[in-house]
Design a protein around this ligand. Structure first.
Ligand SMILES: Nc1ncnc2c1ncn2[C@@H]1O[C@H](COP(=O)(O)OP(=O)(O)OP(=O)(O)O)[C@@H](O)[C@H]1O
Ligand SMILES: [Mg+2]
Length: 276
C-alpha cells in the first residue's frame, strides 16, 4: 500500500471513530437526559386529569344520596368506589415511575453505613409491630471508605423491610416468633447489607420474576419495589442476591463493590486538576 493510501485509510478510520463517538454521546444523552424528561412530562400530563377525575368522582359520591332508588344508589356507590380505587392505584404507579426517572443523577458520599441503619429501623418498627414482627440489627465491621448514596440506601432498606413485613401478612400467625434481621459485614473482601426474614418465603416458581417491573403478588402492589431496588443497587456499583425457602423465609444480600482508596484518591486529584 502506498503512503498516500495509508494516510487516507487512517483518516477514514479516525473519521469513523469520531462519528461513532458522536453517535454514542447522542445515545447517552437521549437515555440520560431526553427520555427521562419526556417520560416525566408524560407522567405529569396523566397525573393532572387523573386528579380531576378523582375530584369529580368525589362530587358524584357526595350527590349520590339524591338518587331515590336504594338499590340503584348502592350499585352506583359501589361502582364509584371501584373507579376511585383504580385511580388511587394508578396514581401510586405514576409516583413510583417518577421516582425511578428522577433517580438518574445521584451524589455519592463516603458514609458509615452502620450509623444510618438504626434510624431506618425506628421508622419501620411500628409497621413491623402491627404484624407482630420484631426488627433486629447486627452491625458488623465495614470499610471506612465505602462510597454510597445515603438516599438510595435508605430507599433500598425501606423497600426490602416493607416487603418482609408485608410477607408476614400472607401467612397465619403461628408459634414462631416473627423476625426481620438486618446485618452488615465484609464477605470475601466485599462489604454487604443483609435483610433476612423468617416469613413465608418466595414460591420457587415466581423467584425468577421478582425483579421484573410490575411483577407483584399483592392486590395493592405496584411491583416496582424490587425493580427499583435493583436499579439503585446497580447504580452504586453493587449487586443484589436472594435466597428464599417456602415456609422458612427470605434473605436478601446487597454487595457493594467500592472503589479502592487509590481510585478515590486518583479521582479527587483529577477533579482538583480539572478545577485548576
Ligand atoms: N421478603 C419477601 N417475602 C416473600 N415474598 C417477597 C418478599 N419480597 C418480595 N416478595 C415477592 O416479590 C414480589 C415483588 O416485590 P416488589 O417489592 O417488587 O413488589 P410489591 O411489593 O408487590 O409491590 P410494591 O413494592 O411496588 O408495593 C412481591 O409481590 C412478593 O410476591
Ligand atoms: Mg415491595
Amino acid at each position: 500500500m502506498n503512503n498516500k493510501k495509508k494516510t487516507q485509510n487512517k483518516e477514514n478510520k479516525n473519521l469513523a471513530v469520531q462519528e461513532a463517538s458522536i453517535i454514542k454521546n447522542e445515545i447517552i444523552k437521549l437515555e440520560n437526559e431526553t427520555l427521562p424528561v419526556l417520560a416525566a412530562g408524560l407522567a405529569h400530563e396523566v397525573k393532572n386529569p387523573l386528579a380531576a377525575i378523582h375530584l369529580h368522582l368525589q362530587l358524584l359520591e357526595n350527590q349520590i344520596h339524591l338518587v331515590d332508588n336504594k338499590e340503584l344508589r348502592e350499585n352506583l356507590l359501589n361502582r364509584i368506589q371501584i373507579i376511585k380505587k383504580e385511580i388511587i392505584s394508578l396514581n401510586r404507579l405514576l409516583q413510583e415511575f417518577l421516582k425511578v426517572i428522577r433517580s438518574e443523577k445521584r451524589s455519592y458520599k463516603i458514609q458509615e453505613l452502620n450509623e444510618m441503619i438504626p434510624s431506618i429501623i425506628s421508622l419501620l418498627k411500628p409497621q413491623a409491630h402491627k404484624v407482630g414482627a420484631e426488627i433486629y440489627f447486627y452491625p458488623g465491621k465495614l470499610p471506612i471508605n465505602l462510597e454510597i448514596d445515603p438516599i438510595f440506601v435508605k430507599q433500598i432498606l425501606i423497600n426490602l423491610i416493607i416487603n418482609s413485613i408485608q410477607a408476614f401478612y400472607t401467612e397465619p400467625q403461628n408459634q414462631k416468633k416473627r423476625k426481620i434481621e438486618i446485618s452488615t459485614g465484609i464477605e470475601n473482601d466485599i462489604p454487604y447489607i443483609r435483610i433476612a426474614d423468617n416469613g413465608p418465603g418466595i414460591p420457587e416458581d415466581i423467584q425468577h420474576k421478582i425483579f421484573e417491573p410490575f411483577f407483584t403478588t399483592k392486590q395493592e402492589g405496584s411491583g416496582l419495589g424490587l425493580a427499583l431496588v435493583k436499579k439503585m443497587v446497580e447504580e452504586m456499583n453493587g449487586s443484589i442476591e436472594f435466597i428464599s425457602k417456602e415456609k422458612e423465609g427470605t434473605i436478601f444480600t446487597i454487595y457493594f463493590y467500592p472503589k479502592s482508596i487509590k481510585d478515590i484518591t486518583n479521582e479527587a486529584q483529577r477533579h482538583k486538576n480539572e478545577i485548576e
